[in-house]
Every structure is written in structure tokens, then in C-alpha cells.
Write a protein that binds this ligand. Structure first.
Ligand code: ATP
Ligand code: AH0
Length: 399
């Protein structure tokens, strides 16, 4: 047996594995690194988040990725160069973290790497019947494995598409395994660049569970502030939005996209919800001269209203608790709108479930890697469109 296969076999047989989950999302703020101890599999999965950090990206890193990020026309040489480079950069960030944490690489069973989405392109979005669903994550797993010396499982989304999904949201798998509860209806709400939710009824019936993208979380607010105030990444504390008045006309135009009328599950990204989308909505609504604070207040309310609508549509049940995560939970204006509009739900964060809300997505990829190694018993039956019961991830060895 090859020694790497033997080592994987030993990892799979251990009562507890150490898995580093990585997430680099649409906000391009940094690499989330979550060191997890995971035991069991399927609905018996138990995770302890041992360490977590976000390694902020340098401006040079951001600029290189932004030169192709969610753009249809790009320099193919840059895309090609980015793929290994991101893998190596992420590997170096892990090496630095492990050194800071004084944890030898040999103690880590595997790395679970999401990579960097640069373009997400479901059929429902490109609408060209000659093609299917597609999504592209850069940050090659072989380079990560060689840079760290740690076996790496990566590129989780392709299998999901190969089996009939849109490649996202993958949150449904980990959310179901880790957070579904027999005593409580739950909604796991992640407010990242794009907001998404997972519905977890207390029946724990896999056929009723689903995840869906909702629309923009922070991505349009971030893009607007970055253009308005170069060097600033987001509207910290919703400072600007809180000074503005919501424009009812602009808000109505923003809510017009056909994406919002589609049923769940569905996916989207900054390929749709971007500054061009805002400019079109301003043009249609005759609000192109709106003051920046008013635009920001309107974008904030746009995200909030779409999230509120999706929650109401997902769960009419009594006694539903919303467990929020993602950077949007730090936006006080957004969160207070949710609180006000959803008094019948208790809104809290995943911290109550022992998972740091900023770490949740990285933890979910660690769970997918754990399922790749030891899972197989708990499968979605694929009764619901878009949630195939497959094992995801590609395995890269370090030498
Ligand atoms: N103090 C704050 N005030 C306002 N907004 C904040 C604050 N802290 C974080 N955010 C928002 O959260 C964003 C980062 O969120 P997060 O890291 O969850 O995104 P992501 O993982 O890149 O997104 P996705 O899940 O869509 O891939 C920031 O860009 C910002 O919009
Ligand atoms: C293609 C892609 O990278 N999608 C991300 C993005 O960020 C949030 C939302 O859009 C979600 O669909 C997904 O990430 C999470 C982790 C998911 O797959 O569940």
C-alpha cells in the first residue's frame, strides 16, 4: 500500500482527526483558518474548534485576485498563474499559523481547502442551453499539499455539479450533520458577501433540509464603499448607512431581479450583484444622483429585506431559532432590521453552538473533508433537487 494511502487509512480509523478547514470568500478580506478536532461522521459528527484565525490578505494579493474576480473578460495567463500561486500562498499562511500555534504539521491529518471562487456560473444565470452549471475555484490542492507537507482535500464544488447540483451552497451538508436538532427548528443564516441559509427542521428529515443563496449579503455594500472611499473595505459599524435615508424607488428597482422569484435552492454571486447591477437599478428608478449615504442605507435595507423574505419563506414553523454567522453579523443596521422584522424568531449566533460565527464556513469544509475520509453512512437521498448525496473533494498528497 502506498504510504500516503496507509496514512489516510490510519487517519480514517482514528477516534478523532485534526483537520484544518480553509475558506476564502467573496469578500476577499482574508483566509479563514479553522483547526478542528473531529470525531465520528454523519449525524454523529462532533467538532471542537481548537484554533481559529483570519489571515488578512495584503493589498497586492487582493489586487491580483480582483484582476480576474467575477469578471467575464480576463487575462487567461493571469488566471493560469493565480491557480498555483493561491495554493502556495494559502500553504504559506497555514505554515505561519502552525508555527505561531506551535503545532507540528505532522499532527494534522488533512487540510480541507475551498480555494478562491473567481467565477460562479450556474445555468440559470448564464442561460445558454449549450452549457451546464459551472463554478471555478482557484488555489490548487497539490501546491497546498507540497507547500505544507500535509495531505490536502480540495475543490469540493465540482463533484456537486457533476452530480447535478449548482456547486453551492455546500453549507447544507455540514449544517445538517453538525447543527440539526431534534428539539428545535433551526435556520443557519450566513451573511457573507452573499447571504445564504440552511433550513433544519426538528424532524431532522434529510429530505426536508435545504440550503439556498438569498442574494447579496455584504457584497454590494462593500463594492460601493470601496469605490467611494478607496482603501476602505467595508462600511464599518454601518456608519455611512446609518446617516442615510432609504430610497423607496431605488429599493424597489433593486428588488426586481428574476433571481428573487426563483424557488429554493438557488445560487448566485457577485457576477450578478455588483456595481453594474446598482447602476442599472439607479438608472431605471431615476435615482442616479442619490447621496452616497442614502445609497448605502438603501443597499443595507435591500440585503436585510431579501434575507427577511427568504427566512419567512423557508420556515413558517413556530419556535424557530436563527443562528447567524459571517461578517454581516457585525453590521448593526443590518442585524437590527432582522430583529425588528422577525420578532417571532429568536436570533442568535453560532457562538451559542460553540462555533465562532466568523469560523463557521471554514469548519463546514473541514466537515466535508471528514465525510470524504470516513463518511458514507448518512446520505442525502437526493429527493430534493440540488442536494446530491455524494462525497466531495479531491485528494492531493505532499510528495
Ligand atoms: N464591523 C463591521 N461592520 C460592518 N460590516 C462588517 C464588519 N465586520 C465585517 N463586516 C462585513 O463582513 C464582510 C466579511 O464577511 P465574511 O468574511 O463572512 O465574507 P466572505 O466569507 O468573504 O463571504 P462569502 O460567505 O459570501 O464567501 C466584510 O467585507 C464586511 O462587509
Ligand atoms: C460559488 C461560491 O463560492 N459560493 C459561495 C458564496 O459565498 C456564500 C454563497 O456564495 C455560497 O453559495 C457559497 O459558499 C458557501 C460556503 C456554501 O457553499 O455553502
Amino acid at each position: 500500500m502506498h504510504h500516503h494511502i496507509e496514512k489516510l487509512y490510519q487517519s480514517a480509523a482514528k477516534p478523532q482527526r485534526k483537520i484544518i478547514g480553509l475558506m476564502s470568500g467573496t469578500s476577499l478580506d482574508g483566509l479563514d483558518i479553522a483547526l478542528c478536532s473531529i470525531s465520528g461522521d454523519g449525524l454523529d459528527t462532533q467538532v471542537t474548534l481548537e484554533r481559529f484565525t483570519t489571515v488578512s490578505y495584503q493589498n497586492d494579493y487582493r489586487q491580483r485576485v480582483r484582476s480576474v474576480f467575477s469578471k467575464r473578460d480576463v487575462d487567461l495567463q493571469t488566471v493560469t498563474l493565480l491557480n498555483p500561486w493561491i495554493g502556495i500562498e494559502h500553504g504559506r499562511m497555514i505554515n505561519q499559523c502552525l508555527a505561531d500555534w506551535q503545532i507540528p504539521a505532522a499532527q494534522i491529518d488533512v487540510i480541507a481547502s475551498h480555494g478562491q471562487t473567481v467565477f460562479h456560473c450556474p445555468l440559470r444565470q448564464h442561460n445558454d442551453q449549450r452549457w451546464g452549471n459551472a463554478t471555478l475555484q482557484l488555489g490548487d490542492g497539490d501546491h497546498l499539499a507540497v507547500t505544507t507537507g500535509i495531505t490536502t482535500i480540495s475543490d469540493f464544488r465540482q463533484k456537486h455539479i457533476a452530480a447535478g447540483g449548482e456547486g453551492a451552497p455546500l453549507a447544507v451538508y455540514g449544517d445538517y450533520l453538525l447543527f440539526s436538532s431534534a428539539s428545535e427548528n433551526r435556520i443557519m443564516l450566513n451573511i457573507g458577501g452573499i447571504a445564504n441559509l440552511t433550513w433544519l427542521p426538528k424532524s431532522r428529515d434529510a429530505n426536508s433540509v435545504f440550503s439556498t443563496d438569498i442574494g447579496p449579503g455584504n457584497t454590494m455594500m462593500d463594492a460601493y464603499i470601496q469605490q467611494l472611499m478607496p482603501g476602505q473595505l467595508f462600511d464599518e459599524g454601518a456608519k455611512l448607512a446609518l446617516q442615510g435615508q432609504v430610497s423607496a424607488k431605488l429599493l424597489a428597482a433593486l428588488k426586481q431581479d428574476p433571481f428573487f422569484a426563483l424557488g429554493f435552492p438557488k445560487t448566485t454571486g457577485p457576477e450578478v450583484f455588483n456595481l453594474n447591477y446598482l447602476a442599472r437599478a439607479q438608472q431605471i428608478s431615476g435615482t442616479s444622483a442619490l447621496a452616497p449615504a442614502d445609497v448605502m442605507a438603501t443597499l443595507n435595507q435591500f440585503s436585510a429585506q431579501m434575507i427577511i423574505g427568504a427566512i419567512q419563506q423557508s420556515c413558517a414553523a413556530e419556535n424557530c431559532v436563527i443562528y447567524a454567522s459571517g461578517g454581516g453579523i457585525h453590521n448593526p443596521m443590518l442585524m437590527s432590521q432582522l430583529q425588528q422584522a422577525l420578532p417571532q424568531y429568536r436570533i442568535t449566533t453560532t457562538a451559542e453552538l460553540a462555533i465562532n460565527p466568523d469560523a463557521k464556513e471554514a469548519v463546514l469544509f473541514a466537515i466535508l473533508a471528514n465525510e470524504c475520509l470516513v463518511g458514507g453512512k448518512q446520505r442525502f437521498s437526493n429527493a430534493r433537487e440540488g442536494i446530491p448525496g455524494v462525497t466531495m473533494g479531491k485528494i492531493s498528497f505532499a510528495d
